[in-house]
Design a protein around this ligand. Structure first.
Ligand code: PEP
Ligand code: MN
Length: 350
């Protein structure tokens, strides 16, 4: 941390800041130039707020040199993190393709979709059972019954399952069933939920908030990591902009930006980021070309009848075509699509 003193700061004011830095348990590196005096505060500065020094007499500006998120940063952990899912890892060479309906609607819908996405080359199955709907009158999800159906689909296909958790009261039931806890865009800054998930050791897919900055996303990841759960994947799912021709605007920039700032795997959701099925494959290809470690894509056997997000859901055939294209882009990038290795049984993966 760097504390820059005002040009007219008195020696007493500088001394007082130095004393305060030492009191915070930090070492001091003093640089007295002609124009300005700069006090370098060296040590564990992550937990020390800038305001601690900003309000002191004679202080002009206080700046961090290291990132405010430590555990999530590449500075702290230069190598890519791999998140193990049964059968394969997310991150590294493999590109994960998570696919399935927005919501689990019923037995035949989820089993049919699971089989279709598996055959097309998906490496995990998604399906919401607790749905964050804008209207309280919209379908809210099947709850635990939906989790039972996802578990049945996993048993039949071997695909690990990804489902959204909306509240910390759902932690126990979700951890019992799912392989990946999805934290939705609307809950990215539900700090109590993030802390509760940090206490588990279940993998997490943390989605970027609708109007959250990349730094805010990383600070949210930090909450989970700080609890000791290091199986965190980040997800770009489009942000709100002035553009209305798509549901959201895919922030493709965020992919290489995140990859440079953090060691955590980065997944792209081209379904929510575009909102229209006809644009999903193009943006999926762009995401893999930009360096994404995986995709999460909505697929429904009959999108017109979907209870949520039908307009952006791919039919299984369109999904299969997308996977082929994405596989080719992956090859160009020196990567390949992940394949689930084990057969799932009640005792876990073989
Ligand atoms: C979803 O994945 O269906 C979903 C609700 O996504 P988001 O939180 O990104 O809107
Ligand atoms: Mn959805």
């Amino acid at each position: 941390m760097m504390i820059i003193m005002k040009s007219n700061a008195t020696p007493q004011q500088t001394e007082a800041v130095i004393a305060s830095v030492k009191e915070a348990g930090l070492n001091v590196h003093l640089s007295q130039g002609v124009e300005a005096t700069i006090i370098g505060a060296i040590g564990e500065t992550h937990s020390i707020p800038l305001e601690r020094f900003e309000g002191m007499d004679g202080v002009d500006v206080v700046q961090r040199i290291t990132k405010p998120y430590k555990l999530a940063s590449r500075q702290f952990h230069p190598e890519d993190s791999l998140v193990p899912l049964d059968g394969f890892h997310v991150g590294g060479e493999d590109i994960a393709v998570i696919a399935g309906p927005c919501s689990v609607e019923g037995r035949s819908q989820i089993l049919e979709t699971a089989q279709a996405v598996k055959e097309a080359g998906a490496s995990a199955l998604r399906g919401g059972v607790f749905k964050p709907r804008t209207s309280p009158y919209s379908f809210q999800g099947l709850g635990e019954e939906g989790l039972e159906l996802l578990a049945e689909a996993r048993e039949k296909t071997g695909l690990p399952i990804v489902a959204e958790i909306m509240s910390q009261v759902q932690v126990d039931v979700m951890v019992k069933y799912v392989d990946v806890l999805q934290v939705g865009a609307r809950n990215m800054q539900n700090f109590n939920l993030l802390r509760a998930i940090g206490e588990t050791r279940t993998a997490v897919l943390l989605k970027r908030g609708l109007s959250a900055s990349v730094e805010e996303l990383l600070m949210s990841a930090e909450y989970i990591l700080a609890g000791g759960n290091n199986r965190v994947m980040l997800c770009e799912r489009g942000i709100r902009t002035f553009e209305t021709s798509t549901r959201n605007t895919t922030d493709i920039n965020a992919i290489p930006v995140l990859k440079s700032l953090t060691h955590l795997p980065v997944i792209l959701d081209p379904s929510h980021s575009t909102g229209y099925s006809e644009f999903v494959a193009a943006i999926a290809r762009a995401g893999v070309a930009a360096g994404a470690d995986g995709l999460i894509v909505e697929v429904h056997p009959d999108p017109a009848k979907a209870v949520s997000d039908g307009r952006q859901s791919l039919k299984p055939e369109a999904f299969a075509a997308m996977v082929k294209q994405v596989g080719q882009i992956a090859q160009v990038m020196g990567r390949k699509l992940a394949t689930v290795q084990g057969e799932y049984s009640k005792n876990g993966w073989a």
